[in-house]
Design a protein. Structure first.
Length: 175
């Protein structure tokens, strides 16, 4: 009960204070005349020149020329790798553990020589599978093997190019 009476008294005091200050501010006619004189003086000044808005130049029209490409708003879904395919021996090793140690020509075809961490040596050519991410050899040169891995990306599968360089020249490079 005492608390509500306290708030009521505070409300009355604040209301009367605001009312008295507002009446005091309105009673001074000299200030009102000065304000009106100043407003008339400002209104009598010539208006500053306003520069016109510049003419809008429409940009040149561009035509969309990528109709035959994949939409950037659609997920990059690549065909799922065949998990029932017979695994090749080099698919048991991660790519970063394999080393290209040489090349050889056989039957008019360039083969790359790849060593495993257990010092087993295998020859690979275009189409050979290696690595644990469904890697497939795309090209073989005397200095490197270009591999395309199929890796999950959360929305499906995507192709990821990887280069296995000749051991000693450069270690594996991910593009």
């Amino acid at each position: 009960m005492k608390l509500s009476k306290f708030f009521y008294n505070c409300f009355i005091v604040i209301s009367l204070s605001i009312l008295s200050f507002s009446l005091v501010g309105c009673s001074n006619s000299k200030n009102k005349e000065e304000v009106e004189k100043y407003i008339a003086q400002v209104e009598s000044r010539p208006a500053p020149k306003v520069t016109p808005i510049p003419e809008f130049q429409a940009p040149a029209r561009a035509t969309y020329a990528a109709n035959n490409l994949r939409s950037p708003f659609q997920p990059n879904i690549t065909r799922r790798p065949d998990e029932n395919r017979q695994k090749e021996p080099l698919e048991a090793y991660p790519l970063d553990s394999l080393k290209m140690v040489g090349t050889l020509w056989q039957d008019n075809k360039l083969w790359a020589i790849v060593a495993t961490p257990t010092n087993m040596v295998y020859k690979v050519t275009v189409g050979t599978h290696l690595g644990q991410n469904y890697g497939r050899v795309v090209t073989v040169s005397t200095s490197k093997i270009n591999i395309e891995e199929t890796v999950p990306d959360g929305a499906g599968w995507r192709m990821q190019p990887v280069v296995l360089a000749m051991h000693g020249a450069q270690e594996m490079i991910n593009n």
